[in-house]
Design a binder for this molecule. Structure first.
Ligand SMILES: *[C@@H]1O[C@H](CO)[C@@H](O)[C@H](O)[C@H]1NC(C)=O
Ligand SMILES: *[C@@H]1O[C@H](CO)[C@@H](O)[C@H](O)[C@H]1NC(C)=O
Ligand SMILES: *[C@@H]1O[C@H](CO)[C@@H](O)[C@H](O)[C@H]1NC(C)=O
Ligand SMILES: *[C@@H]1O[C@H](CO)[C@@H](O)[C@H](O)[C@H]1NC(C)=O
Ligand SMILES: *[C@@H]1O[C@H](CO)[C@@H](O)[C@H](O)[C@H]1NC(C)=O
Ligand SMILES: *[C@@H]1O[C@H](CO)[C@@H](O)[C@H](O)[C@H]1NC(C)=O
Ligand SMILES: *[C@@H]1O[C@H](CO)[C@@H](O)[C@H](O)[C@H]1NC(C)=O
Ligand SMILES: *[C@@H]1O[C@H](CO)[C@@H](O)[C@H](O)[C@H]1NC(C)=O
Ligand SMILES: CC(=O)N[C@H]1CO[C@H](CO)[C@@H](O)[C@@H]1O
Length: 876
């Protein structure tokens, strides 16, 4: 038997053919493998187990990763962080200086072990093995199997969580893939690249971000999660019963989240990495962008066209077109003269609209360019391995240098640049692009990388680490190599940009392309340069599910598609879907056909109008959902499977539907030529969101939906939920004006005549809203009272926000879905008033079972956030 094979490589090459088990070895080979480290000591404290292990390969056995630079002594700490999270850290006992992702990045703050009720004691075995079992179902959730490959070399570390039972795995971004990952290997390394679809058999289909988190679901639909907190270029392996990693540096720092439901895992993960940031109210509105708008007149014509066509718009974006020679923080004096840009921004501001410009990562190397000179004077650039001074790359402006965000002076440098740019351009948000950091050449122009390459590295995940990267031998503050920090560039840049907004107590409006563990605390993200194709529209749903799991709640894909020409039908369907992304932006590549709502014909125009206004009618629902995610973690835009974790059909067809909070399910149309579509629903009561008709499911839980264009996207309300909608969505042209809208409560009853919902009221802009309790959270609770009456209870909690006069002035309508009797009259009881509401307009449609109680003319307005009981009396 060939003992000197590098077994992980063998594994990656052979894939998962039937003749082999999941690691690509024969059974005989696997049973012969033993972990080359022996445990030399074990001790424990109340919350941790400490293990020392020494390298001692069995006689005749050569380490599977190769014999060079083997770390001889390992120090292992298994720490119970809290009742559902365990951290396993394996470091070089003799070198505490090895690169590791700082604890401030997640940011790590263990709350203590509590009672350990959810885990049985850790089992440590010889040779090195560690097993952690969940008590609720006695399942192993972490197993460093002594008979599975493990190695710890300087630049080559491999291990697997060997569960031994079948699992389906999600996460491990960023890539374009199915939601449940096919078995195979997946590269993680920040990379600007086209649009490879990753099916697990091509090693270098990695994209912009590195997100080494996975969620695994077993056959009994129990879930656990894992974060391999490591920033080096790595391969992750998804097997039928294991998840493995092979990385090129750092340490083993593994966090286990024990579930047992998928949604639990996500909450547990977000508790570690921090909840998604609050976004400004206007940010939830509609955004338009396009690369290749030649001058400010063209831009102004687009923003004006929104008004001409009576379509809402909240932010107009400009791509690199506006810059002078592609230099950040400058305006092209010919095509974007400052006076014209300022006049245009002033017009936008007056109309409650916003401007979001792109900012690229590369700083043009040009001694005439003030930003470059300022950074050089402060010495805040990443340093070259080849010569004195900054390391260089080539991006849009030509030769460019890159800020070393880990330099303590970098944030002040960056925020001062943004402050100057604010005066020049009047932006409301910032779009961070090219921050992988991307490079059009490999390493420095004129200095091909030689110091650290695929020729010097014992293992290369995907392509050479210098490919379209800064030379990875470049150095950061304190001598840390780009090799270690490469995938964190976007994270750190986002954090510096966040400082600019938070110093003004503003919620950040930042959209980044590259991300790392924890980026969602500071920014939203778009999924990058998608193709204008039906398949990519469907992949966008996976993209948003993944980003939501990674803690980036404010996410969206380029609506109608970026690369290639879209068409009217695809763009119409994408407008329907994309307006329900938390971040809704239409964006297009230079030289492609226009894809504005008015660019094709009445089908797109009417569908866009319905779609954008549907988003605005749900803006309070989105704001409330995003607020709750910022407060508690979790996902607003999420797989229906997470809400119905016992329905495997929902996981098998994960992108056919998604939930917006608990109360709404959406079935997007993802293929051409449809006027009717069979849609699968989880077992529950569902009402058509727009009409209130009850949805009768057939034996297979499916129903045929009318999806004619132009028309709305199918949305259904789950029985038992109350959704707040905004009446003025039909007329407004921006989200700020929409705040003057009365509220209609859509009450969808469950079988017990009950429903619950929430609405959060706040000023929509402050960063301190949650920390300073500057919000009002209202619970709406509808319940059966007696044979003739129901009540709707309005119950504010926290109560930290005082609505200015005219803002969300009253509840105009209560619309009850599943209403089986006509309403006779309505009583209101609050501290201020008790009595019958008059005049009210009552409507009952016995065919659809919808009751409409229109309160908008009532002499006593019903306040949306004032404690009250509304008694609804029915005819009998
Ligand atoms: C490495 O660390 C181990 C465990 O702490 C110790 O026993 C050993 O002597 C150290 N070796 C060297 C070369 O320092
Ligand atoms: C702006 O660009 C458009 C399209 O190229 C062109 O027709 C127009 O003349 C330009 N306007 C100005 C003021 O440069
Ligand atoms: C301005 O926009 C309208 C659509 O609203 C379009 O028909 C027209 O060609 C545009 N004009 C310019 C100069 O871009
Ligand atoms: C090393 O990377 C270069 C690109 O930088 C590539 O052309 C070459 O094929 C790679 N060699 C190996 C052995 O992977
Ligand atoms: C759902 O997935 C199953 C396979 O699990 C497939 O047979 C079925 O056609 C899918 N249904 C829809 C509506 O996509
Ligand atoms: C289907 O939906 C369209 C657009 O909403 C509507 O005009 C049409 O009447 C509907 N057809 C049926 C059969 O319900
Ligand atoms: C139901 O409750 C309402 C409000 O308290 C009351 O007016 C009504 O008489 C009750 N009806 C019955 C049948 O108890
Ligand atoms: C509610 O009644 C008012 C007054 O009649 C009317 O203007 C408004 O359109 C009605 N609203 C709805 C949603 O029916
Ligand atoms: C280049 C590209 O295709 N970008 C995105 C396309 O959509 C998927 C799914 O949303 C993303 O993961 C990609 O980043």
């Amino acid at each position: 038997m060939a003992r000197n094979l590098s077994k992980f490589v063998f594994f990656a090459l052979l894939g998962f053919s039937c003749a082999f088990n999941d690691f690509g070895f024969t059974e005989e080979e696997v049973s012969a493998f033993t972990n080359p480290y022996v445990v030399t000591s074990v001790s424990q404290s109340s919350s941790s187990v400490y293990i020392s292990a020494a390298y001692q390969a069995p006689a005749g056995e050569i380490d599977f990763l190769g014999a060079e630079q083997i770390i001889q002594s390992l120090s292992i700490v298994i720490q119970y962080d809290n009742a559902y999270r365990v951290r396993v850290t394996i470091t070089d006992a003799n070198n505490s200086g090895r690169w590791r992702v700082p604890d401030s990045i997640p940011p790590y703050s263990p709350t203590g072990p509590g009672t350990f009720y959810s885990l049985t004691p850790i089992v440590v075995g010889q040779p090195l093995s560690i097993k952690i079992t969940r008590t609720t179902d006695n399942k192993v959730v972490f197993f460093l199997n002594p008979n599975q490959p493990f190695g710890y070399n300087d630049q080559d570390i491999g291990f697997a969580n060997w569960l031994g039972y079948p699992i389906q795995v999600m996460g491990l971004g960023e890539r374009i893939s199915s939601f449940v990952l096919a078995q195979g290997s997946y590269t993680l390394y920040a990379r600007d690249r086209g649009s490879p679809i990753d099916t697990g058999d091509t090693p270098d289909s990695n994209m912009y971000s590195a997100q080494p988190f996975y969620l695994a679901v077993d056959n009994q639909l129990a879930a656990h999660g894992g974060l391999f907190l490591n920033s080096n270029a790595m391969t992750s392996f998804v097997g039928s019963n294991f998840v493995g990693f092979r990385t090129t540096g750092g340490i083993i720092d593994f966090f286990l989240f024990i579930g047992p439901e998928p949604a639990d895992v996500i909450y547990q993960y977000h508790q570690l990495i921090g909840n998604p940031t609050l976004v400004p109210w206007w940010g939830l509105g509609w955004h338009q962008c396009r690369w290749g708008m030649q001058n400010i007149s063209v831009v102004a014509n687009v923003s004006n066209s929104y008004t001409t066509y009576n379509l809402p718009l909240d932010a107009m974006w400009i791509d690199i077109d506006y810059m002078n020679q592609f230099q950040d923080f400058t305006l092209d004096p010919v095509n974007f003269p400052q006076a014209s840009v300022s006049a245009w921004v002033a017009g936008l501001t007056k109309a409650n609209k916003h401007f979001v410009p792109i900012v690229d990562a590369g700083i043009a190397q040009n001694t005439q360019y003030a930003t470059y000179s300022a950074g050089l004077a402060l010495n805040v650039y990443i340093a070259s391995p080849n010569h004195a001074g900054p390391t260089t790359g080539v991006v849009w402006p030509g030769t460019a240098v890159f800020v070393d965000w880990t330099n303590p002076k970098a944030t002040a440098f960056w925020t001062s640049q943004l402050t100057g740019f604010q005066t020049l351009a009047g932006f409301s948000g910032i779009w961070l692009d090219m921050n992988e950091a991307s490079n059009f050449v490999n390493g420095e122009p004129n200095y091909p990388p030689t110091k650290i390459t695929n020729l010097t590295m014992p293992y290369t995940p995907g392509q050479d680490v210098n490919m379209n990267s800064l030379d990875v031998a470049s150095t950061h503050y304190g001598g840390v190599l780009e090799y270690n920090l490469h995938s964190m560039f976007g994270f750190y840049e986002t954090f510096a940009t966040f400082q600019y907004f938070s110093s003004q107590n503003l919620r950040p409006f930042i959209i980044t392309r590259s991300s790392f563990v924890g980026t969602g605390r500071y920014a939203g993200k778009w999924t990058g340069d998608n193709f204008s194709q039906w398949s990519f529209m469907a992949y966008s749903i996976t993209g948003l599910f993944d980003l939501g799991m990674f803690g980036i709640a404010f996410a969206g894909a380029d609506i109608c598609g970026f690369q290639g020409n879209t068409n009217e039908e695809l763009c119409s369907r994408w407008m329907q879907l994309g307006t329900l992304y938390p971040f809704s932006r239409n964006h297009n590549q230079i030289m492609q056909v226009d894809q504005y709502p008015w660019s094709f014909g009445p089908t797109l125009l009417q569908t866009s109008n319905i779609a954008i206004r549907t988003k605005y009618s749900l803006l309070l629902h989105f704001a409330t959902g995003m607020f709750r995610v910022s407060q508690n973690g979790g996902m607003h835009f999420r797989p229906a499977f997470f809400d119905y974790p016992n329905d495997i059909n929902l996981l098998n067809n994960a992108t056919s539907h998604f939930m917006l909070g608990e109360g709404l399910i959406v079935h997007p149309v993802l293929s051409p030529g449809l006027t009717r579509m069979s849609a699968y629903f989880p077992s529950d009561l569902w009402y058509d969101f727009y009409q209130g008709t009850y949805t009768q499911l057939n034996y297979y839980n499916t129903v045929n939906l009318n999806v004619t264009l132009p028309g709305p996207i199918p949305i259904h309300v789950r029985g038992g939920h109350i959704i707040s909608t905004l009446d003025n969505s039909n007329t407004v042209l921006d989200a700020i004006t929409l705040r003057k809208s009365p509220i209609t409560l859509v009450v969808a009853l469950n079988g017990a005549f009950q429903a619950n919902g929430h609405a959060v009221f706040d000023n929509g802009v402050s960063a301190s809203t949650i920390s300073a309790n500057e919000f009002t959270m209202v619970n709406y609770h509808y319940q059966y009272l007696n044979q003739t009456s129901d009540t709707l209870i309005i119950q504010p909690s926290v109560n930290g926000y005082t609505r200015p006069a005219g803002e969300f002035p009253y509840i105009s309508n209560i619309i009850i879905y599943g209403c089986v009797e006509g309403v006779r009259n309505v009583f209101y009881s609050s501290n201020a008033y008790t009595g019958q509401l008059n005049p009210v307009f009552l409507l009952w449609n016995p065919t659809t079972s919808v009751c409409k109680i229109n309160l908008s003319s009532s002499r006593v307005p019903v306040q949306p956030d004032v404690a009250a009981t509304i008694t609804i009396n029915f005819y009998l």
